[in-house]
Write a protein that binds this ligand. Structure first.
Ligand code: SF4
Length: 359
C-alpha cells in the first residue's frame, strides 16, 4: 500500500482488467434465514431475504438500489461484504472470485470494498477519538503509527473537517453530520476502490444530507471510486446514481440506466413506487395508483411473481412461474427504454400500462 493517499488521482494502477471489465459481478446470490420455534428450537420456517440476485457494477459508476423496507437491499450489501455468509451465489471483484483459491481472499476484498452504515454513532467506537478511529484500519494493516495518524488528519481535511479541531474529539462531541463525515473518512483510510453506502444519509437533516451527497460525489470523481448506493429515498437515488436496481421481496424486478428507469419505468412495482414519490415536475406525474398494503410475509412469499398479490394486472401465469429479467417488450407508446433496461414481468399489457402512464 502506498504511504500517501492518492487523493486526486484519476486513474487506479490496481485496475487489472481495464475499464470495460466490471468491478463487481454478482451472480445468483441467495440468503435464507431460518426461523426457529417450539420447545426444541427447531427450524419451522425460512425467510427468503435475498433470492437469486444477480447484477454488475461497472468501474467508476454508482449503482443505486431501491425498494421498500425488507426488500433485501441491505442484506445484499452485507452479503457482499461477507458480514454474513451467502447460502449460494458468487461474487467476482475485478475478475477475481472472492473467497476462492483462484481469486482474492475476503480480507483483501474488504480492503478494496468498504461500507458506510446509516447509524453514524454506533459505527464509531465511543472510546476512540476521530483520528484514532480513522487510523485504526491502516494500523491493523501494518502502517506505522505516525503515518497512520497523518493519513487520518489528511482524510479529516478531505471530508471537510478541521483536524486541529476534530481529530481529538470523541463521537459524542460531534454532530451526526460530522460523525458521518468521519465514517466516510474511515471507509477511505485503506484506499478502497468501491464503497457501499447503506442508507448513509438517511439519518441526516436535509441541509446536511445535501452537503454529504456533494462530498460523496466529489470524492467519487477525485478518487476514482465506484459506489453501491442503497436508499429508500428515490430522489436521492436519482441524484446519485448512474444505474438503478429495484428490488422487491428479495428479488430484482427492474434494472437499467437511471434516466431510463425514472422516465420509462416498466414494472408495475417500480411505477407504484415512483407514484408515491412527491414531484413538482409535471412531466413526471403519473396516473398510477401508489402502492397499497404491506409486502407479503417473506416467510411465505407468493409463488411465481412475488408482486402478484399487489399487482392490478396479475393473471394465472403470474402465480405459476417467476418472471425472468429481460428487455422490455417493444411498445409503441413507450418513450424508448435503453437496451440495458431489464424488467421482470410476464405481461406486455402490464408494461404497456406503464409506458402510457409515463409517456
Ligand atoms: Fe404483475 Fe404478473 Fe407482471 Fe408480476 S408478472 S408484475 S404479477 S403482471
Amino acid at each position: 500500500m502506498s504511504a500517501a493517499l492518492k487523493l486526486d488521482s484519476p486513474t487506479d494502477p490496481r485496475d487489472r482488467g481495464g475499464p470495460a471489465q466490471p468491478l463487481l459481478i454478482v451472480e445468483n446470490l441467495k440468503k435464507y434465514f431460518p426461523v426457529r420455534g417450539g420447545v426444541l428450537n427447531r427450524q419451522v420456517a425460512t425467510v427468503q431475504a435475498v433470492d437469486d440476485v444477480s447484477f454488475l457494477v461497472h468501474k467508476g459508476e454508482t449503482l443505486g438500489i431501491v425498494g421498500e423496507s425488507g426488500c433485501g437491499k441491505s442484506t445484499t450489501a452485507r452479503l457482499l461484504m461477507r458480514l454474513m455468509e451467502p447460502d449460494a451465489g458468487s461474487v467476482v471483484f475485478d475478475g477475481d472470485p472472492v473467497g476462492d483459491k483462484r481469486g482474492i481472499s475476503v480480507s483483501e476484498m474488504r480492503r478494496q470494498m468498504q461500507m458506510v452504515f446509516q447509524d453514524s454513532y454506533s459505527s464509531l467506537n465511543p472510546r476512540m477519538t476521530m483520528a484514532e478511529s480513522i487510523a485504526y484500519a491502516p494500523r491493523m494493516h501494518g502502517v506505522g503509527r505516525k503515518e497512520a495518524f497523518e493519513r487520518a488528519e489528511r482524510l479529516l481535511s478531505r471530508v471537510g473537517l478541521n483536524p486541529a479541531l476534530h481529530a481529538r474529539r470523541y463521537p459524542h462531541e460531534m454532530s451526526g453530520g460530522q460523525r458521518q463525515r468521519v465514517n466516510i473518512a474511515r471507509a477511505l483510510a485503506l484506499e478502497p476502490r468501491m464503497v457501499i453506502l447503506d442508507e448513509a444519509v438517511a439519518a441526516l437533516d436535509k441541509s446536511v444530507e445535501a452537503q454529504v451527497l456533494n462530498l460523496l460525489t466529489d470524492l467519487k470523481h477525485s478518487l476514482n471510486l465506484t459506489y453501491l448506493f442503497i436508499s429508500h429515498d428515490l430522489n436521492v437515488v436519482e441524484y446519485m446514481s448512474d444505474r438503478v436496481m429495484v428490488m422487491y421481496l428479495g428479488r430484482v424486478v427492474e434494472t437499467g440506466p437511471v434516466e431510463s428507469i425514472y422516465r420509462h419505468p416498466r414494472h408495475p412495482y417500480t411505477r407504484a413506487l415512483f407514484a408515491s414519490k412527491p414531484t413538482l415536475d409535471p412531466d413526471r406525474r403519473t396516473q398510477e395508483m401508489p402502492l397499497t398494503g404491506d409486502p407479503p410475509n417473506p416467510i411465505n412469499p407468493p409463488s411465481g411473481c412475488r408482486f402478484r398479490t399487489r399487482c392490478a394486472f396479475a393473471q394465472a401465469i403470474c402465480a405459476e412461474k417467476p418472471p425472468l429479467l429481460a428487455e422490455p417488450l417493444a411498445i409503441p407508446l413507450a418513450g424508448a427504454p435503453e437496451p440495458s433496461h431489464l424488467v421482470a414481468c410476464h405481461l406486455p399489457e402490464a408494461q404497456a400500462a406503464g409506458a402510457s402512464a409515463h409517456a
